[in-house]
Design a protein around this ligand. Sequence first.
Ligand code: ZN
Length: 249
Amino acid sequence: MLFATLCAGCNQPGASLCNRCRFSLASASSQVSETGIMAALPFEGVARQVVHGLKYRNRRLVARQLARLMVRRVRIGRVDVVTWAPTSGQRARGRGYDQAELLARAVAAELGVPCRRLLYRSHGGTAQTGHSRAERLHGPSFRARGGRSSLRVLLIDDVVTTGATLTAARDALLQAGVGSVVCLAAAATPSALQSMRPAQRRTVAMASVGSSFTSTPRIPTRSAAVTLVGTSSKKAVRPASAPSLAKAS
Ligand SMILES: [Zn+2]
């Protein structure tokens, strides 16, 4: 038992993610927020356990499985580089790794595009909370390495809670000159889901009554093991909204 691998979803010995938990993840629906932030899974049930496992219980093996889901069930479009919203330095150091970076590297490998660190936290954390006072009051802020205007960046985070982290990170990238930013998280919390596009949430119910709207997912699946369920046919990425973010901030 000492050396047994435990499933990140249910803690049973065996695979890093057992078949039952794998299918449970495959049956959850992806989400898109009004601001264009996409999430592959709702942050609840097995998905919550798996993401927590990656974040707090050193279950790094599941990064690849989460990345596969993120790539397959969300319409990402063509991107040139993958990056991540870095966890505050203090937290990542305490843990020994940054789960957002692990996910970004796994997503990049799935997509076959490079993964680069483009973002840095603007404020150092305090010993007590890992966040500076400014960060607690105004949310995280980032600075970004400059980019070409033709560069399309896929920005990764583990969980969307308010969207503040991904929005701040996206703004920093756009201000640094990159052309467009697509935001993608592994999971979104119930509170985040409330602000996410209702059509996405209705997808499951509509599918159950046989609506033609949801019966033809536009995203091709590369593996039957990760069948897309409840993927909306609505356009997920709206790069047109990106420049306005840069102007607003
Ligand atoms: Zn399991």
